[in-house]
Ligand binder design. Structure first.
Ligand code: BGP
Length: 465
């Protein structure tokens, strides 16, 4: 029998976000985000045409939710403050209903012994700012910094773990390269500008935080280890390194070292798509780096040298002009999400951070498995028996444990997610929660088998098998 015990004070919990859980209700004063706008405009882009309007009713049910977090072993929990809820137009008036809601939610968590981790931006641009260009517009950076400062002033006395962004590469990919977020552009130049402005906004928020507050501030990145098809083929290896630069190091390097990878700089120069910036911007990015790294891990990236040149269009360059994705035979898949499951990736990320990023304090800020049709696993007592999720957790934790044994500075493990929630255009297709949400019964909650497993895991600070 093997025993996996994690460090004392390890963070056990889950992550979620405001737009995916809260919902919108009469009198709450929330303004439109890009999601409210896009859903109203093109509901058919969302699975079963379900929008973000009710989400998981967390705005109404947060007290019950905190009790359920306790029942499932949480000592910490992440959510995000919706910018368009706190400041409905993105700039200007603060919404008093939002202040009351977030104060009550944060206080409820703390009273129940759950450390709140708060993220500032989770894909949810206020529509008012998007109309003026969103992250393409430098004014959005200033508006974001004001939003961040407002959050620190209002909640910083109690919240000691802050994050500037969740997965900042995703708005770049979804909104400006691959058409899965509003504004659905395919424009590499814009994509690069958006990424740069997000990085600058993050550094400015970190600066403001360190000047006035005493907790920790970081960023949450979805790291997708980039594996070459053939490790002995230098061309495959080079292609995998370029994919790593685009999708991981583009945010990881500035977050930790305050600089952009030289390979990335060379490519944007070659393509003449260097983002607009000043010398001062670069100094700000250089000086204001993170205290703590959140790592979301779902899937690796398999890469081979570019073989298919036919699709490249010089008028409209794309990252894929530099590599091909490799469909590795025999890989283990989550068929519902279409993502590969590769447990050792979590270990490889940790070792990379240990060896190449100064072993900065980090934690797993998301890891999880979205499954469609979980109703078929309901037992006679109404509980979903999601043994596949329990196996998924254990399979990843064994590798995480090994990395910690080998010196990785990992402070915790958060699952995605607590309650089943609204997954952007996938809406409620794939369920990720430790707790089921019945949308036909106004969000009625039922703890899944994995929720009870997680409670034991957290109580014992590990598991045996
Ligand atoms: C991450 C996001 C989450 C969440 C999760 C699951 O990328 O931070 O917001 O949604 O992935 O992915 P999806 O909802 O696309 O299935």
């Amino acid at each position: 029998m093997s025993k996996y015990t994690f460090p004392k004070t390890f963070f056990w919990g889950t992550a979620s976000s405001g737009p995916q859980t809260e919902g919108r209700f009469d009198g709450d004063g929330k303004g439109d985000s890009i999601w409210d706008y896009w859903y109203a405009k093109e509901p058919e882009r969302f699975f079963n045409q379900v929008g973000p309007d009710k989400a998981s009713y967390n705005y109404k049910l947060f007290k019950e939710d905190v009790q359920l977090m306790k029942a499932t072993g949480h000592n910490s929990f992440r959510t995000s403050i919706q910018w368009s809820r706190l400041i409905p137009n993105g700039v200007g008036e603060v919404n008093p209903e939002a202040v009351t809601f977030y104060n009550n939610y944060i206080d409820e968590l703390i009273t129940n012994g759950i450390e709140p981790f708060i993220n500032l931006y989770h894909f949810d641009m206020p529509m008012f700012l998007q109309e003026k260009g969103g992250w393409l517009n430098r004014e959005t950076v200033d508006a974001y910094v004001t939003f961040a400062k407002t959050c620190f002033e209002l909640f910083g006395d109690r919240v000691k773990y802050w994050f500037t962004h969740n997965e900042p590469i995703v708005p770049v990919e979804g909104g400006y390269l691959y058409d899965f977020h509003y504004p659905n552009e395919k424009n590499f130049k814009h994509a690069v500008q958006v990424g740069f402005n997000e990085t600058l906004a993050s550094a400015l928020a970190i600066k403001a935080y360190h000047e006035t507050q005493d907790g920790k501030i970081g960023i949450i990145l979805n790291l997708t280890p980039s594996y070459p098809r053939d490790e002995n083929n230098p061309e495959d290896v080079k292609a995998a390194q370029i994919a790593d630069v685009f999708f991981n190091r583009s945010f990881l390097d500035p977050a930790i070292y305050g600089t952009f990878p030289k390979e990335l700089i060379a490519i944007v120069k070659e393509l003449d798509i260097v983002p607009k910036h000043t010398k001062t911007d670069l100094e700000i990015i250089k000086k204001n780096t993170i205290d703590l790294l959140g790592i979301n891990y779902y899937q690796p990236r398999r890469i081979k040298v570019k073989e298919n040149h036919a699709e490249a269009n010089p008028q409209n360059p794309m990252p894929e002009d530099y590599f091909d994705n490799y469909d590795m035979p025999g890989k283990k898949m989550n068929p519902y999400r279409g993502w590969e499951i590769y447990e050792k990736g979590i270990y490889d990320i940790m070792i990379n951070v240990r060896d190449n990023y100064g072993n900065i304090p980090c934690y797993i800020s998301e890891n999880g498995m979205g499954v469609e049709g979980e109703e078929r696993y309901v037992n006679a007592n109404g509980q979903i028996e999601d043994d596949y999720r329990i196996e998924f957790i254990k399979d990843h934790l064994r590798y995480l444990h090994q990395a910690i044994q080998e010196g990785a500075n990992c402070l915790g493990y958060h699952m995605w997610t607590c309650m089943d929630n609204w997954s952007w255009t996938n809406a409620y297709k794939n369920r990720y929660g430790l707790i089921a949400v019945d949308l036909d019964k106004k969000g009625k909650r039922t703890i899944k088998k994995s929720g009870y497993f997680f409670k034991t895991l957290a109580d014992k600070n590990g598991f045996e098998d």
